[in-house]
Ligand binder design. Structure first.
Ligand code: FE2
Length: 334
């Protein structure tokens, strides 16, 4: 009978998994076990800490619904999503616009709009025009490319946080014959990631501010080109350098300009940004996205979906004076 030690236990597990038929699954699981064991040895994990970790992961799972993906949020706040995204971005066949996080608020159920339409049902914030071209890596226009956008409403919340039935501030557009896209929206606000769940508890216990800089998500695709998942971050936001999910990067910072003569819609502030898509490789077809619609990950756990993501009162109060409504005035990036 063999006696396991803190060191030999790892090899014993790897030995039992050695016949895993799928070579990639074998590689990933072996590395996961090696690193998990090394982590436990490094911190000399106690039984109480081990069960606390299990309780935490259980709560993360229980928080997931078709409208909420707490595990993606956990991955985002631990920088794992950003790491996978950065590694994936480096596999592009050619130089093109950088990728950014898909995040936990993407959803497949998105309305289709004609070019130039307004995606926000309520335009009580600052209306903004988004325009530019979608081209290949060499600047040739890509006509009829699909441009999906989503962002917070003017109150700093995503539609899906208010319930799965609500759809607002997201839309699917097509580029014209010259590769131009044209979208009207409202200026998004920086926001607290959902702090009312286990991931929020973790973030607050680490004394992190829990905020993302104001941004607009884009998912752009055209046949034979690598799908681009990215976001534009609004210049001047106080959290560009310390995004709680590590998504903001300098090359994706965009300025909201007044009176840009190039803007096709006059009289509104605008963001001009051209996106370049790399050609699609065979690997790209299999790579998938760093993220998913929460409903695609969790078909349903029996819980009704209800509004979520409001920061605790003490955090909200500390972030600034309220203007009107529970979220107004909390957010940066105006
Ligand atoms: Fe976002």
């Amino acid at each position: 009978m063999r006696a396991y030690t803190p060191l030999t236990i790892t090899d014993a597990v790897l030995e039992q998994m050695a016949n895993t038929p799928d070579p990639r699954m074998k590689e990933v699981m072996e590395a996961a076990v090696r690193h998990l064991h090394a982590f436990a040895r490094e911190v000399n994990l106690t039984p109480a800490e081990w069960i606390k970790g299990i309780e935490f992961m259980t709560k993360v799972g229980q928080a997931c619904t078709p409208a909420r993906q707490e595990f993606i949020l956990l991955s985002d706040t631990l920088g794992l999503s950003a790491l996978v995204n950065i590694m994936h971005d480096k596999t592009k066949l050619e130089e093109a616009t950088s990728a950014s996080l898909l995040g936990p608020f993407f959803r497949e159920n998105t309305p289709i709009f004609a070019s130039g339409a307004q995606i926000a049902k309520k335009t009580e914030g600052v209306e903004v025009v988004l325009f530019g071209r979608v081209t290949n890596a060499h600047g040739a226009p890509l006509p009829n490319a699909q441009v999906t956008v989503w962002q917070t409403a003017a109150d700093g919340r995503y539609d899906i946080q208010n319930g799965i039935e609500e759809i607002d501030c997201r839309g699917i557009f097509r580029t014209d014959a010259d590769g131009n896209y044209l979208i009207q929206t409202v200026r998004p606000l920086g926001y607290f990631i959902p702090l009312d769940g286990p991931v929020g508890q973790m973030v607050m216990s680490q004394k992190r501010h829990g905020m993302r800089p104001a941004h607009i998500h884009f998912l752009i695709s055209a046949p034979n080109y690598r799908e681009l998942v990215t976001a534009l971050y609004l210049a001047g936001d106080a959290h560009l350098e310390d995004d709680v999910v590590f998504g903001a990067s300098g090359d994706l910072v965009a300025e909201v300009k007044d009176g840009d003569p190039a803007c096709p819609i006059k009289g509104l502030p605008s963001i001009h940004f051209d996106f370049n898509l790399a050609r699609e490789s065979e690997d790209d077809k299999r790579a998938g996205r760093v993220g998913a619609d929460p409903a695609a990950v969790t078909a349903g756990n029996g819980q009704t979906t209800k509004p979520y993501g409001a920061p605790p009162a003490e955090i909200a109060d500390a972030a600034g004076p309220k203007k009107s409504g529970i979220f107004s005035g909390l957010f940066r990036g105006r």
